[in-house]
Design a binder for this molecule. Structure first.
Ligand SMILES: Nc1ncnc2c1ncn2[C@@H]1O[C@H](COP(=O)(O)OP(=O)(O)O)[C@@H](O)[C@H]1O
Ligand SMILES: [Mg+2]
Length: 377
């Protein structure tokens, strides 16, 4: 049951034990664990995701040979209890944000800088938009913003005076679009934001979550600053349904820092969607592959934290060149571009569509927010 406390319902921002969904866990002598999970409705589209998360989390414990799940449905009283928990979370934990409830929110994180968080953020965003999606990009790396340069954006963000909101920089990408906010589009000079630190960074994230006039987003990607402290905690408080995508290099050292980031995600109740290994093997023009930064770090981290390895992005000059020139490689050709597009498709396929969630536990929060009345000004 302790392990199951690590399985998070991202929409409700609480774990399956707390919500009364995990009923019991039976451990047989041969190491087979049978978990009983109760859903609010039998057809809940989060079922597959919950199943994966429970299997990964419980299956990673030593001595476990197999994980089986028995499904049941909640009684009306049990639903009322889950509802009460969700209401408590909505009121006590999560202040209102301007992020549309339909947007799937992913925080691109790592324990340290230079592993490719920003490169993954902009390329994943471009690949998702190229699929026809409306994608928000929130550059939360206030002191070291690089999103504007990597997307070739210049100028300053406009304000909507009547609503007192920041208007994101919007660009069409194929049938989709990108909506971008960054300190780099607010500061006068590139180095002007360097004074932002610590709490100020958190305050800026809050500002971007509450005071931006986002459109009807399908996805919101947050480029997190390096380190795991304040900003991760702040995000968990402000947007508990955010999920974490951990970026790591194939090296062991990077993996240890990323594991700390995963630990932070667990403590803050943010669901870890998976691991992206970046700067994987480099293939030269003769077709020979070199593991310049080591090997297997992504897979090892994924196994350690019980989350999937979502993608391995090769080390490729075109990734850096695309970042420098403002033309994301994901919109071009080559193995790295392919890897980014496959990552985008995988995330889209795994996310249950918003309209299918009505009536399921995942949408309880929305109804709670409605019941709580209008958001304070
Ligand atoms: N797969 C890759 N292949 C080649 N260069 C990369 C790759 N990923 C990132 N880079 C380069 O590495 C540097 C650091 O990446 P960046 O995305 O800024 O990391 P972070 O945001 O984690 O600090 C940048 O110069 C970027 O262009
Ligand atoms: Mg960065």
């Amino acid at each position: 049951m302790d392990l199951l406390r690590g399985v998070i319902d991202p929409e409700l921002g609480s774990d399956v034990v707390d919500l009364g969904m995990a009923r019991q866990a039976h451990v047989a002598d041969d190491g087979t664990v049978t978990v009983t999970l109760a859903l609010t409705t039998a057809g809940c589209p989060l079922r597959a995701q919950l199943q994966n998360d429970v299997k990964a989390r419980v299956g990673s414990a030593p001595g476990v040979s197999d994980v089986r799940i028995e499904w049941t449905e909640m009684t009306p009283e049990q639903k009322a209890h889950a509802m009460a928990r969700a209401r408590w979370n909505a009121k006590e934990v999560a202040p209102p944000t301007a992020v549309p409830s339909t947007a799937r929110v992913r925080a691109i994180s790592s324990g340290k800088g230079g592993v490719g968080k920003s490169s993954v953020t902009v390329n994943l965003a471009a690949a998702l938009a190229a699929e026809g999606r409306a994608v928000g990009v929130l550059d939360a790396d206030i002191g070291g913003f690089s999103v504007p340069r990597m997307l070739g954006l210049e100028g300053r963000l406009a304000g909507d005076q009547s609503q007192r909101k920041i208007v994101p920089h919007t660009t069409a990408v194929g049938p989709g679009r990108l909506e971008v906010v960054s300190m780099g589009l607010l500061a006068e000079r590139e180095d002007a934001a360097l004074m932002w630190r610590g709490l100020m960074q958190n305050r800026a994230l809050q500002h971007f979550l509450e005071d931006v006039r986002w459109g009807d987003l399908d996805d919101l990607l947050i480029d997190m600053p390096p380190g795991t402290g304040d900003v991760g905690m702040g995000l968990a408080r402000m947007l508990p349904r955010a999920e974490v995508v951990l970026v790591t290099t194939p090296a062991r050292a990077a993996q240890q820092v990323a594991a700390r980031a995963a630990d932070m995600a667990r403590k803050t109740y943010l669901r870890v969607a998976g691991v992206v290994e970046n700067m994987s093997s480099f293939t030269c023009e003769h077709g020979t592959s070199y593991a310049l930064f080591g090997e297997g770090g992504g897979a090892a981290l994924a196994a350690e934290i019980g989350a999937p390895l979502l993608a391995s992005i090769p080390l490729e000059a075109s990734v850096a060149a695309g970042g420098d020139s403002g033309n994301p490689v994901a919109l071009g050709d080559g193995p790295a571009a392919e890897a980014f597009r496959a990552l985008a498709r995988r995330l889209v396929e795994e996310a249950p569509p918003a309209e299918a969630m009505a009536g399921c536990s995942a949408r309880i929060l929305e109804r709670v927010e409605e019941a709580l009345g209008p958001k304070p000004a």
